[in-house]
Write a protein that binds this ligand. Structure first.
Ligand SMILES: [Zn+2]
Length: 144
């Protein structure tokens, strides 16, 4: 028995959260606030698009996104963390490995992991198109 409850969340340090980590490194508080606001906006839009029955799942999905628990893998699939730090789910195409999805409990197949992946994708698209002011600044000035 080993209580492995320490750094599971931080261990997901790959492609999916690279952009967010860079933003955090470059501008601590304000970029983080901007990121959170952006996630909130995307979630708000998701709320208007998705069936109302998924509602609680959107809040759960937002938490996963803010925790950096959405990780894009090199093979194009997506790994999403769970509220249980020792567990994660795997999105392949439109499918998720969680019971909410596989037992068809999620309305329209919208489990929180798929919603989280969708929010994360949209946020990254928005950041790529319009970076937060802080993240648009170069990390350092190289004097010649
Ligand atoms: Zn799921």
């Amino acid at each position: 028995m080993s209580p492995a409850s320490t750094t599971t969340g931080e261990a997901y340090g790959h492609a999916g959260v690279r952009l967010r980590e860079r933003a955090l490194t470059m501008a601590p508080a304000t970029a983080r606030q901007g990121y959170r606001a952006l996630v909130g906006q995307v979630a708000e839009k998701a709320r208007t698009i998705l069936p109302t029955a998924v509602n609680g799942r959107i809040e759960s999905a937002v938490k996963l996104v803010l925790q950096g628990d959405v990780e894009l893998l090199d093979d194009g699939t997506i790994k999403v963390g769970s509220s249980d730090p020792t567990r994660y789910y795997h999105l392949i195409g439109q499918a998720c490995t969680c019971t909410d999805f596989t037992q068809q409990k999620a309305p329209s197949g919208c489990c929180k992991h798929r919603i989280a992946a969708g929010i994360d994708k949209r946020v990254r698209e928005l950041l790529a198109a319009t970076p937060l002011p802080e993240t648009a600044q170069p990390p350092r000035v190289i004097a010649s």
